[in-house]
Design a protein around this ligand. Structure first.
Ligand SMILES: Cc1ncc(COP(=O)(O)O)c(C=O)c1O
Length: 463
């Protein structure tokens, strides 16, 4: 198989808005480039200059996505005459990197924290005066004493904090607080998301909530059925269920005015087209409007917490192929292992944990144009530290580390959409160093996480 640069773009689905790859292209030399308006970053050059494994964070991608999303929500609200307010709360758990949190907040996002430590970062922003007092913070996750105390401290300082009650112990503390609260509803529906469990450990059933009696301070009814919800209807069915509970709950709790639908908007990791966000937003806002008007009641305000959708495409991870090995097994659809200088188990742990698929392409594509089917092997000693592609194999340029005349220099590969969850879940099996992280924006390249030395990694283990 022989591929020109144009065909390469098509094969690896580069330059396509449907797959969030409109920021990438191959130049004439066959190198992958990142385009930020007039600023161009050559990924091969970055890999050579900074070394691999390398994470490249692109805050401009988040800024553009969030700006587009908030404009879309406003335009659709107007079109369908949705009268509630719409809030986007970025769930910090998806990626707590400072550059990301500062980017979303700068574009008008509110925040959601899931732990004391995340809320402590909010406190730090406040102390550094990097905080707009209009930002609303939702606090989810089980509340330890220190988390409750920090919520209280920030509420006293005038920060708009809404603890979301998830369990009976929190209920005791928060139901009679003088500040606003939300409560989490456990929705008994099956959605096409691997996180949607038959028995949910979070929140309360509709009956439990409706039997609780009235709260003077109840503002928000919240639920979250799962991340990466593959079918549009599976987003809408829980909303309909929650609206029914919301309106019943409002009879006893007139202060209730907001429905928070959690996360769920998916990313096309597997490069198949899902449902467009425009269509989903229109269906959501129309549903909320219709259900309210059916009951003759005001439209609730709406919160969504779609973090993966916002940040996954804003980071790529680059590795160098450090060895190639023939696969001799006849039944194997791949003919070679490409061994990389990083680890799927460590740096992209969802590969191992949840069989996450990633779109992968060559960074430098100027070999002889021939392609082969390969599997990737990470650098840890673990037989699970592998990635076999979207459909049993990966198509990558032929490269033979041990061949005589390859002559085109090292081969680098890029993993797309690595901006969600992977950093906080990352590990250091075999004491491998984590990838170095750089930020590219406004034509500048800044190192935000240096390459870890053996000594740095050793410190984690008490050396
Ligand atoms: C309460 C809550 N909100 C939002 C999210 C983020 O969802 P997504 O992965 O769709 O961004 C999560 C993810 O676990 C969550 O638990």
């Amino acid at each position: 198989m022989n591929k020109s640069s144009k065909a390469a773009k098509k094969l690896w689905k580069i330059g396509s808005k449907d797959f969030n790859t409109q920021y990438f292209d191959y130049n004439k030399e066959g190198d992958l480039i990142i385009k930020e308006g007039h600023n161009i970053y050559n990924v091969r050059y970055l890999a050579e200059k900074f070394g691999t494994s390398l994470e490249i964070l692109m805050p401009f991608v988040i800024e553009e996505r969030l700006e587009d999303f908030l404009d879309l929500a406003a335009a659709i609200s107007k079109k369908v005459e949705f009268k509630g307010k719409f809030f986007y709360n970025y769930p910090m758990k998806v990626n707590q990197s400072k550059e990301i949190v500062m980017s979303v907040v700068g574009e008008g996002a509110h925040l959601e924290t899931s732990s004391y430590n995340e809320l402590w970062m909010v406190k730090k922003m406040l102390e550094q005066e990097k905080f707009n007092p209009n930002i609303r913070i939702l606090c989810s996750g089980p509340k330890t004493d220190s988390y409750i105390n920090l919520i209280d401290e920030l509420q006293h300082k005038g920060v708009k904090i809404f603890p979301l009650i998830e369990g009976p112990n929190e209920l005791k503390f928060l139901q009679y607080s003088k500040y606003d609260v939300g409560i989490r509803l456990d929705i008994p529906v099956k959605a096409s998301s691997r996180w949607n469990k038959p028995v949910d450990r979070f929140g309360f059933s509709a009956k439990e909530i409706l039997d609780m009696g009235s709260f003077k301070n109840l503002k928000i009814l919240h639920y979250h059925v799962g991340s990466q919800i593959e079918k549009l209807n599976d987003v809408l069915i829980p909303i309909k269920y929650a609206l029914d509970v919301y309106f019943k709950l409002k009879e006893k709790n007139p202060s209730l005015d907001t429905l928070d639908i959690g996360g769920g908007m998916p990313i096309p990791y597997e490069r198949t087209k899902g449902y467009p966000v425009e269509k989903l937003m229109e269906r959501i806002l129309k549903l909320v409007k219709t259900e309210s008007e059916k009951r003759g009641l005001p439209h609730p305000n709406l919160i969504c917490e779609w973090g993966r959708y916002m940040v996954a495409p804003a980071q790529i991870t680059v590795y160098k192929v450090i060895d190639t090995k023939r696969i001799k097994h006849k039944a194997s659809p791949a003919t070679k292992w490409y061994v990389i200088d990083g680890s799927f188990m460590n740096d992209l742990p969802d590969t191992w944990a949840i069989d996450q698929k990633w779109a992968i392409a060559p960074v430098n594509n100027k070999r002889d144009g021939n392609l082969n089917e390969v599997w990737l092997a990470g650098s840890s000693c673990d037989s699970d530290d592998i990635y076999k592609g979207l459909k049993e194999t990966l198509t990558l340029p032929v490269f033979d580390m041990n061949g005589e005349n390859d002559g085109a220099g090292p081969m680098y590969i890029v993993v797309f959409d690595t901006g969600a969850y992977q950093t906080s879940l990352a590990a250091q099996h075999c004491m491998l160093s984590s990838p170095m992280k750089i930020v590219v924006e406004n034509g500048h390249i800044v190192v935000v996480k240096k390459r870890e030395s053996a000594e740095d990694v050793g410190k984690t283990f008490g050396w």
